[in-house]
Design a protein around this ligand. Structure first.
Ligand code: DDH
Length: 291
């Protein structure tokens, strides 16, 4: 398939790799926001919030219907700040009218993780847009002020176990909190545009205290006072079972990459039904395509 004739039905690996490349190239080209350096972290968060609404007992939520494209879902409190990510993707959607929003949002998270130095993420195509009226109820995403039982509730509802939960939250190696969006403030690591296991290392190695400020309760590193942890991040070293996983991922970056990759693929497919013969794609990074 090529050019304007591409449809969701006819699209091949190379059509999706082209979309991947357009997103990856735009990540390089659009570094206009001095506070961020990269839109990548916001794209990862968009993919996660579009997917993490899944409820395994009700069978609803998840990325399949692409309802994150609409005001209703974007205006859910937990999604503050994600218009930025959605708007970044508008030009990509315009150039590829055949791709569904669910596919585009999840694919953009894969692009960001791979281009920012993270593991290869297997991804399948086939989500189908639904009308705004099919938007999931509000309140399915985790609350940053809470502890271990809440994390197990929310991620358990999606079908994840302890090791997977802790791996997924390691995505906080990327990006930062913005007071204007969530009330919280600051990055988790010193390299918020590189995908690493630093989140776990810092959680274990740094001394953390409750920050004295007017904002919501969050932790601050005692040495540099420039990093942060949410109560729901700090929960991962307060709970013995979670802490074992934090230790494993801190000690072995390859192990973290492989566990994260599997769990993130699963996350992006929650609530999705693909045609029986849909093979997972592994996209090439921009750097690996130059010859
Ligand atoms: Fe997160 N996250 N997240 N997160 N998240 C925020 C930012 C980012 C929670 C709360 C927040 C995951 C899990 C949790 C990313 C990825 C992932 C912010 C700050 C809050 C608050 C938003 C802002 O102010 O702009 C909580 C609570 C949890 C939890 O598990 C209990 C998971 C599983 C992922 C994932 O991707 C798999 C990323 C990336 C960001 C940075 C966004 C940015 O703009 O920078």
């Amino acid at each position: 398939a090529s050019g304007s004739k591409v449809t969701a039905e006819s699209a091949t690996f190379s059509d999706y790799q082209k979309v991947y490349n357009q997103i990856a190239q735009k990540l390089v080209d659009v570094e206009t926001d001095p506070d961020e350096g990269s839109y990548g972290p916001a794209l990862v968060r968009l993919a996660w919030h579009a997917s993490g609404t899944f409820d395994k007992t009700k069978g609803d939520g998840g990325s399949y219907k692409g309802t994150m494209q609409y005001k209703t879902e974007l205006s859910h409190g937990a999604n503050n700040g994600l218009e930025r990510a959605r708007d970044f993707l508008i030009s990509i959607a315009e150039q590829n009218k055949w791709i569904s929003h669910g596919d585009l949002f999840t694919l953009s998270g894969v692009v960001a993780i791979q281009e920012l130095g993270g593991p290869t993420i297997k991804w399948r195509a086939g989500r189908v847009d639904a009308p705004e009226s099919e938007t999931v109820v509000e309140g399915r995403l985790p609350d940053a002020s809470q502890g271990p039982p809440h994390i197990r509730d929310v991620f358990g509802r999606m079908g994840f176990n302890d090791g997977e939960m802790v791996a997924l939250i390691g995505a906080h190696c990327l990006g930062r909190c913005h007071t204007k969006y969530s009330g919280y403030d600051g990055p988790w690591t010193f390299s918020p545009t590189y995908f690493t296991n630093d989140f776990y290392k810092l959680l274990l190695d740094e001394k953390w205290h409750i920050r004295q400020w007017d904002g919501p309760k969050q932790y601050q590193d005692t040495k540099t006072k420039s990093l942060m942890m949410l109560p729901a991040d700090y929960a991962l070293v307060q709970d013995k079972e979670f802490k074992k996983w934090v230790q494993k991922y801190a000690d072995d970056n390859d192990y973290f990459f492989s566990e994260f990759s599997k769990a993130f693929s699963t996350l992006l497919e929650l609530g999705c039904s693909f045609k029986a013969d849909t093979v997972p794609f592994e996209f090439k990074r921009l750097d690996d395509q130059e010859n």
